[in-house]
Design a protein around this ligand. Structure first.
Ligand code: AHR
Length: 862
């Protein structure tokens, strides 16, 4: 550990020193991208005072990263060309890949603070290779030329602002400057552009690199190293003094949840449907062809001849449910079997609602025998439907299981020979959360409700903006009778039945007393889209944007409108005549803040603002806690006066330890913050006491700033064992059990102990070293509804801290309090909070355990 501090000191010394050295006024900078990682390593620099000997700035350190297209295959920067315009602004243009007729452009004043990238389309047919820029004084414009195709034909366009371009025309060799040259950097030849610049600029680049190294060292700080780091730590004492005269109102909406259908969170998860692929709508493309078994028959088996089980689309149940199963029964007894999601779990004595849409073809008529059986065919429940008819008819019955079993199968056994069509085959436990029809899995929903979330964000995450334009989540496809809903591919490479749709989300919110927070796409799909080309497919065409904006306004009418309004009627027909009282709408999800995004966001935002000033719109500022989208996103939100913005960041422990003043620095006059996605990530992406304590530390710091941070939600929420695309997640589960994590309990403690008033306090430690002090934190809030005071304390040190707590000036605090402690070694994964009643003294002394979060809830005398 000493080594790390030494490095930090050295870096700081170097940063200071370089401003005093004897440096030239100007030098050369070389800009290039290596061919490593298929050109995926971004823009690099080297500098030279003599144009011969070059010093690379950081090995493979990227000053700019191409954000075009999907992860893995794209994000490439080929042959970047750096250029300074007449105003002194720098521009980089580069090739994206060998296919697309686009190049990339970005600009910067200092070579490291880059603005958003854009990718102009300049070729209808053909690629863009080796692009270059030059200034044309005659027209006061910039010419961009490139090569295309195997014949390396020259093409060109011009621009005055790097936003709009003249139509592409063929060029000649006179249009090319061929300025790229080869230089030797760290023993390897690189192709790039040499530019003469002031030394100050190079110095800025070196400092930027050093600062990023410094931040990396801070980020790498771990609690797991602390027993060594603090081996000699003497017993500690602390004194906490409340300063009641220094209090402020804070958000009472601080803890909410982020629900996304990722990791089988919806179908096979929270949505209690037990039949998998009930509508025969699975498609190979759901998994992008990765799972060959994934088609309309997935999870189904026919016990008769296989050619007698086909999928048909003629005369479907509904145009949105295109496929159905067609069984030709040659011998009564042949069954269509569904395996559920990894088996169907049944509980002895519980009741299950079975339903199916069926019709008999060519005069076939008769009943359907429905059974729940185990792998050996042993029957646990059975019943018969009414007879199928010539038209689609919904047939229903109730089954009751004789035994508890976790891997049953559902069998549908037509009691007649001939052809029968089946669709939307469904089995629901009657014991759903709050007994709702088409409801939620009770144990999971109860675990979520325990968090006392003040809001629920849905349907994502990336699911909200989708993988390509055609995958943007459309709320209208998810409401109304199940047979009218339009299933879709899930961006996480599986299927969304849309059985858990907007109505169910809103109803769940109401059931748990949380505000609904739908997030809609800002007219652009996920920036990492992989479908429909190379990703980054721009936005919804402007000619379709009015209709898209109307969809958003319709959503508000659906949620809040009178039951006789066009969309309010749809809600009422679903069983909710009263408005849902929607207050918030998120527009966009960590999108690139490009012109394409801005144009569409502004359209939606202005329309909502104008028609529904009562709705709080939440904008988006990119996927990170710093960088281009964060900076440009914030500028844009400030310019438009967006009430709140959605921040996302997943950080390692060291970031939380070393950025405790992150929100203290925020301008209170700008947009409020919804920290919509965050989590502590450690190598291996597990959750344990180390991650939990870092979350707790962060939430304590957020609570202090809850006048500017209005809402937070840990992400993601749910993950099913065996179907997890993303780790870590707050709550894991399988078909029968729920496994809350250490970090879940932190959320519970904050969710159940929220306040609406923050009371300043001072904490002083007997050891004043920064690395010790930053590991002990507290936050005192008052919940004015109950009058309770709540003190949260966290100790990330390996030793206990004898803490004297002085609350003398809080007259209402009573003699007794409830203390809840979450405590364990950093690597412990299986830890639960424990509560007991304690008696307060004045002052009272509390031994704050090592590696713990403690919450002391003091009843008021009122
Ligand atoms: O939380 C998982 C994913 O992380 C979300 O879908 C996305 O918004 C973010 O990148």
């Amino acid at each position: 550990m000493k080594k790390i501090y030494l490095i930090l000191i050295l870096i700081a010394a170097t940063m200071l020193q370089s401003s005093f050295a004897n440096e030239p006024d100007s030098a050369w900078v070389f800009s290039y991208a290596t061919t490593k990682n298929r050109g995926g390593n971004g823009l690099h620099y080297a500098w030279s005072v003599d144009r011969e000997n070059w010093q690379g700035i950081g090995p493979e350190f990227r000053f700019l990263f191409s954000d075009f297209g999907t992860w893995g295959a794209q994000k490439r920067m080929l042959t970047p060309f750096l250029f300074q315009d007449q105003q002194g602004l720098w521009h980089a243009i580069w090739g994206l890949n060998e296919e697309v007729g686009q190049f990339a452009h970005a600009q910067t004043p200092d070579l490291y603070t880059w603005d958003s990238q854009d990718y102009p389309y300049v070729m209808d047919d053909g690629n863009v290779l080796l692009p270059e820029v030059s200034f044309q004084p005659e027209t006061n414009s910039y010419k961009i030329s490139w090569l295309s195709g195997d014949e390396q034909k020259i093409f060109k366009t011009t621009t005055t602002d790097f936003k709009s371009y003249t139509p592409t025309v063929e060029g000649t060799t006179k249009d090319r400057m061929d300025l790229r040259e080869e230089v030797l950097i760290d023993g390897e030849k690189q192709l790039g552009i040499v530019s003469k610049v002031s030394w100050q600029l190079i110095d800025g680049l070196i400092k930027f690199y050093e600062l990023s190294q410094y931040k990396e060292i801070q980020r790498s700080e771990r609690l797991t190293d602390d027993s060594g780091r603090f081996a000699d730590l003497a017993p500690l004492t602390a004194e906490i003094t409340a300063i009641p005269e220094n209090s402020k109102a804070i958000s009472d909406m601080l803890i909410g949840i982020f629900f996304e259908d990722i990791n089988y969170a919806a179908d096979g998860g929270l949505y209690a449907e037990l039949v998998q692929n009930r509508g025969f709508e699975y498609k190979l493309s759901d998994t992008k062809g990765r799972d060959e078994s994934w088609d309309s028959k997935k999870a189904w088996n026919f016990t008769g001849e296989q050619e007698n089980f086909t999928i048909d689309t003629v005369f479907p149940l509904h145009p949105n449910q295109k496929h159905f199963a067609l069984l030709t029964i040659s011998k009564v007894g042949e069954a269509a079997e569904n395996e559920g999601f990894d088996g169907i779990p049944l509980k002895a004595g519980d009741h299950y609602n079975f339903s199916v849409f069926a019709r008999g073809l060519d005069g076939a008529r008769g009943k359907l025998l429905v059974r729940l059986v185990d792998a050996s065919g042993k029957v646990y429940a059975e019943g018969s439907t009414r007879s199928v008819g010539a038209d689609w008819k919904k047939l229903e019955l109730t089954l009751s299981s004789k035994k508890t079993i976790d891997n049953a199968k559902l069998q549908v056994i037509p009691q007649f020979a001939g052809k029968v069509a089946l669709d939307l085959v469904s089995l629901f436990p009657q014991k759903t959360f709050k007994g709702r029809g088409n409801g939620l899995r009770a144990d999971l929903a109860e675990t979520i409700a325990e968090l006392h979330p003040r809001f629920v964000r849905f349907p994502g995450g990336c699911v909200a903006h989708g993988d390509g334009l055609h995958n943007i989540y459309r709320w209208k496809n998810t409401v109304g009778p199940l047979e009218t809903r339009l299933p879709d591919r899930n961006i996480w490479n599986y299927h969304q039945s849309m059985g858990l749709g907007y109505f169910e989300y809103f109803q769940f919110c109401e059931d748990i007393g949380a505000e609904p927070l739908p997030v809609i796409a800002a007219g652009v799909p996920c920036q990492n889209s992989s479908c429909g080309g190379h990703g980054q497919q721009g936005g919804i065409p402007m000619c379709d944007m009015d209709a898209y904006v109307q969809d958003v306004l319709d959503l508000i009418e659906w949620a809040n409108g009178d039951k006789n309004s066009e969309w309010g009627k749809v809600r009422a027909q679903a069983g909710h005549p009263e408005p849902f009282k929607l207050k918030y709408i998120g527009i966009g999800n960590e999108d690139l803040i490009t012109d394409i995004f801005k144009e569409r966001f502004e359209m939606i935002y202005r329309a909502v603002q104008e028609k529904h000033p009562e709705i709080t719109v939440i904008g988006t500022v990119g996927p990170f806690s710093e960088g281009t989208d964060y900076r440009v996103g914030w500028d844009f939100a400030t310019e438009l006066n967006v009430p709140m913005v959605d921040e996302h960041y997943y950080q390692p422990p060291g970031w939380y330890l070393n950025n405790q003043d992150y929100y203290d620095r925020y301008d209170r006059s700008k947009s409020k913050v919804y920290l919509g996605e965050y989590a502590t990530h450690i190598p291996g992406r597990k959750l344990n006491m180390e991650t939990a304590l870092c979350d707790a530390l962060h939430l304590i710091n957020v609570e202090r700033n809850a006048d500017v941070v209005s809402m937070t939600s840990y992400a993601p929420l749910l993950a099913k064992h065996g179907h997890t695309q993303w780790n870590p997640d707050l709550i894991y589960f399988n078909n029968t059990d729920v496994f809350p994590t250490t970090d879940y309990y932190v959320q519970v403690l904050f969710g159940q102990n929220a306040g609406d008033e923050y009371i300043a306090s001072q904490i002083s430690l007997s050891d004043g070293r920064k690395e010790v002090e930053k590991r002990v934190a507290c936050s005192l809030v008052r919940d004015n509804k109950t009058g309770d005071y709540i003190l949260k304390l966290t100790n990330l040190l390996p030793v206990a801290v004898d803490t004297k707590i002085k609350l003398a000036d809080l007259p209402e605090a009573e003699g007794e309090a409830v203390l809840t402690v979450l405590q364990g070694e950093p690597m412990d994964e299986d830890v639960r909070p424990e509560s007991r009643v304690i008696t307060l003294g004045e002052p009272f002394v509390y031994k704050l355990p090592a590696y713990s979060l403690s919450v002391i809830r003091m009843k008021s005398r009122q």
